[in-house]
Design a protein. Structure first.
Length: 506
C-alpha cells in the first residue's frame, strides 16, 4: 500500500478521546467512521448496477534507451556517426548507465506515495529491440509507457515508436541531448507528452501522477443528488477526448433526506458537535442545533457513499433547508473525499483530478473579479480545513462558524481563513474537452463587511494576466493551494497526455 493510502488509513486509529489533540476534520471523520452504521435505518437494497467498482493500480512500463560506450566506439551503433565511431550528445561523460540508476531511484521514490505497478523494461539500443518493445507494449497494453532517451540520434526512433504503440506515452530527453532546438518529431507529436529538461524531478513526478490520476478517475463513481430517478449513467463524452469512464449514480433527493432524518441525536453526535464548535475561533449567530445538523450531514454523506459504493458526491443542496451539508462537505473534503455543491459534476471532476494530482483538497467557489486591481475573488461555504497533504503535517486553516450566506434557515457553515501569500491555482475541467489552470498567490481572506459573497472568501493576485476576467471558464472552479508553480504544470501535463484542450497562464 502506498504511503498516502497508509496515511489516510491511520486516521481511523484516532479515538474520539484524542479529538482535541488532533485536526478537526480528521477527528470528526474518525468518530463517524467508527459508528456510522448504528445511526441509519434500514433501506431497500440498491440495484446490482451499483455494486463496488473493481480498482487496480495503474501499470506503467519504464524504458531507458542508450547504447553502451563500447558499442559506439566499435562503430557498431546504428546511426550515421558509426563510421566515425563518435558519441552523439549527451555523450559518454553524461554516463547514461549511472543516470539510469539515478532516474530509477527517483521514480521509485515518487511511486512510494502513488502505489502504481512500475515495470522497468531492460535497456535497449537497437532498432530490432525497439520494434520488439513496440510489439510487446501493443500486446500488454500498460496504462502508460515512460521512455527515457539518453541519445540524440535515437529521438526519431522514439517518436516513431510512440506513434505505433497507440498508448499514453511520456518521453524524457535531457537538456544537452539535442542540437539547437528540441527534437521536432517529439516536441510536436500529438501522441506523447515530451519532457526536455535538466534533472527535472518535478516533471517526472507530474507525469507519473497524471497517469495515476487518470487510472483512479476511470475506476471512480460519483453520486449526483437531485430531482432524479435512481439510475446509473456515465460522464458525458467530451468533443475531442475519449469518455472519462467515471460512473454516476443519480440519486433522488428523498433518499438523502431519509438518511439524514434517520441519524439520531446520539450522545456521540452531540459530543462531536460540541468539540467541533470549540475548535472554531468564533461562532457567529448560529444555534447549536445547526452545528449538530452539520455533523449529522457528515454521517449522512458517509452512509450515502457507502450505499452506492461511491468515491465522490455532488448535491443540488441550496433548497435542503436544515439538511444542508455545508459542514459535512468541508469535513469530507479535508480528508480527500471530494464533495461539490449545487450538483456541479464538472467541478466535482476537477476536484477529484486535483486530489489525485496533488494529494490535497480543493475549494469549489463562486468566482468574481476586481476589475480595477485586476485581482481574482472567490467565495463559497465548503472548503476543506486541511488544504495541504496530510503527510506534510501542516496546520489546518483557522475558521469561524457562521450562517450559510443565503440565510434562512441559519444552518452552520465554515468561514475559513487562507494563509496570506500562499501559492495556489484555480482549475476547471469542462465537458467540452477543456482543462484550465491559472496560478497566483493568496492576498487575504477579506471580511464580509469589505467583500460580500459566501462564508469563506479569498482574494488572489494572478500571475501574468493582463485582464483577470480572461481566466473565466464557467461556474464553480476549484482553488488548490500548492508548494509552487511547478505543481500547476502537472495539470498541463495531464491535458497533453490525455488530449484535452488547455488554457492557462503558464
Amino acid at each position: 500500500m502506498c504511503e498516502h493510502c497508509c496515511a489516510q488509513d491511520k486516521v481511523s486509529d484516532v479515538s474520539r478521546r484524542d479529538f482535541l489533540k488532533t485536526g478537526t476534520a480528521a477527528a470528526v471523520a474518525t468518530a463517524a467512521v467508527m459508528s456510522q452504521t448504528s445511526f441509519a435505518a434500514e433501506f431497500k437494497d440498491v440495484s446490482e448496477e451499483f455494486k463496488p467498482l473493481p480498482k487496480s493500480p495503474a501499470k506503467v512500463t519504464v524504458a531507458f534507451m542508450y547504447p553502451p560506450r563500447e558499442v559506439v566506439e566499435a562503430g557498431e551503433f546504428e546511426d550515421s556517426w558509426a563510421v566515425n565511431k563518435w558519441s552523439t550528445y549527451p555523450g559518454p561523460y553524461y554516463e547514461p548507465a549511472q543516470r539510469e540508476k539515478q532516474f530509477r531511484a527517483k521514480i521509485e521514490e515518487v511511486n512510494a506515495r502513488l502505489g502504481m505497478e512500475i515495470d522497468f523494461y531492460p535497456t535497449f539500443y537497437t532498432k530490432s529491440a525497439a520494434a520488439q518493445f513496440v510489439e510487446q507494449m501493443r500486446q500488454q497494453k500498460p496504462d502508460a509507457v515512460f521512455i527515457f532517451c539518453f541519445w540524440n540520434t535515437m529521438q526519431n526512433w522514439v517518436a516513431e515508436m510512440c506513434g505505433k504503440m497507440e498508448l499514453p506515452a511520456v518521453v524524457y530527453v535531457p537538456v544537452g541531448a539535442s542540437h539547437q532546438l528540441p527534437n521536432a518529431a517529439l516536441a510536436n507529436s500529438p501522441d506523447l507528452l515530451f519532457i526536455h529538461s535538466f534533472e527535472n524531478w518535478s516533471a517526472i513526478e507530474g507525469a507519473l501522477r497524471a497517469v495515476n490520476a487518470h487510472k483512479k478517475l476511470s475506476q471512480s463513481r460519483m453520486i449526483r443528488v437531485g430531482s432524479y430517478p435512481e439510475e446509473k449513467i456515465t460522464v458525458p463524452s467530451c468533443s475531442n477526448v475519449d469518455r472519462l469512464n467515471v460512473e454516476i449514480a443519480a440519486v433522488p433527493a428523498q433518499i438523502y433526506n431519509d438518511l439524514f432524518d434517520s441519524v439520531a441525536d446520539s450522545p456521540e453526535l452531540l459530543d462531536m458537535a460540541k468539540v467541533f464548535k470549540a475548535k472554531a475561533q468564533k461562532v457567529i449567530d448560529v444555534d447549536d442545533v445547526y452545528i449538530q445538523h452539520g455533523i449529522r450531514s457528515w454521517y449522512t454523506l458517509q452512509l450515502l457513499k457507502k450505499r452506492y459504493h461511491a468515491d465522490a458526491v455532488t448535491i443540488k443542496c441550496l433548497m435542503f433547508k436544515e439538511r444542508k451539508p455545508c459542514i459535512g462537505f468541508s469535513l469530507l473534503n479535508s480528508v480527500l473525499s471530494p464533495c461539490a455543491c449545487e450538483d456541479q459534476a464538472d467541478s466535482l471532476l476537477t476536484m477529484m483530478l486535483g486530489n489525485h494530482l496533488l494529494d490535497r483538497a480543493g475549494f469549489l467557489h463562486n468566482p468574481d473579479f476586481d476589475t480595477e486591481r485586476n485581482e481574482y475573488y472567490g467565495s463559497h461555504c465548503t472548503t476543506g480545513l486541511q488544504m495541504y497533504p496530510a503527510y506534510q503535517n501542516r496546520p489546518e486553516l483557522p475558521f469561524f462558524i457562521r450562517p450559510f450566506a443565503h440565510m434562512l434557515p441559519k444552518t452552520a457553515a465554515i468561514d475559513a481563513r487562507f494563509p496570506e501569500n500562499a501559492q495556489g491555482l484555480i482549475a476547471k475541467f469542462t465537458f467540452d474537452g477543456m482543462l484550465s489552470a491559472y496560478t497566483g498567490r493568496i492576498i487575504s481572506s477579506p471580511e464580509f463587511t469589505s467583500a460580500g459573497g459566501c462564508t469563506t472568501r479569498f482574494r488572489m493576485d494572478m500571475d501574468k494576466l493582463e485582464n483577470v476576467c480572461d481566466m473565466y471558464r464557467g461556474p464553480h472552479p476549484i482553488l488548490f493551494l500548492t508548494d509552487g508553480a511547478e505543481q500547476a504544470r502537472w495539470f498541463k501535463m495531464y491535458a497533453k497526455l490525455y488530449g484535452y484542450d488547455w488554457k492557462g497562464n503558464f
